[in-house]
Design a protein around this ligand. Structure first.
Ligand code: SF4
Length: 189
């Protein structure tokens, strides 16, 4: 995963251009609700670490959102630990790695959760709406839905990547952070 650093001021643009659907969804929900449950905080938090958000910036980013909902004091008490933990600064001090597609696809989000893989966990209507917001339509939409119906979620994500970036992605999508790196590469071309 990339060693580049990203800064908070670029994060909305990066989300819009280069986050795969699973992370766009979490990011949008966080901006909307100023809150994410544990599974979402882990999935998005580790992804952001992987794209190069430094610990201090991660704390500032999550705090700015969560403070709207729970206040700064409760954020510091209840949520800051989890973020430092993801960066290996608490507990066993393991440097946790961002989740792969396989791990995300096999997760089991419950009511009120926003983590997981939209190709696997969204209803067909919600998935179509989300893809259409990303600019996917026509026969590509049908091709993607067909991959979803045959449970080829990563291939569905790969087709989305190819449609949005107008290039082919021969390796296929196997990790959200790989999607991000490939996207940034494609946009620089
Ligand atoms: Fe995210 Fe992977 Fe699902 Fe794409 S296939 S939305 S990168 S989990």
């Amino acid at each position: 995963q990339g060693s580049a650093e990203i800064s908070i001021k670029d994060i909305d643009q990066l989300a819009n251009n280069s986050f795969p659907l699973c992370m766009r969804h979490l990011f949008e929900k966080l901006r909307e609700d100023h809150h994410l449950k544990h599974g979402g905080r882990m999935q998005l938090g580790l992804f952001l670490k992987g794209v190069g958000l430094k610990l201090e910036d991660a704390l500032a980013f999550w705090k700015a959102e969560f403070s709207h909902k729970v206040g700064t004091e409760r954020f510091d008490k209840e949520y800051a630990y989890g973020i430092r933990h993801n960066y290996g600064k608490e507990g066993k001090r393991t440097d946790y790695t961002p989740y792969s597609c396989q791990k995300i696809i096999s997760s089991t989000p419950g009511v009120g959760d926003h983590h997981g893989c939209p190709y696997r966990h969204f209803s067909e209507d919600n998935l179509r709406a989300a893809l259409s917001k990303m600019g996917v339509d026509g026969h590509i939409m049908d091709d993607i839905m067909q991959k979803v119906q045959t449970r080829h979620y990563q291939l569905a994500c790969t087709l989305t990547f190819e449609a949005i970036h107008a290039i082919s992605c021969d390796t296929g999508v196997n990790h959200p952070n790989q999607y991000f790196v490939e996207s940034q590469k494609a946009l620089e071309m």
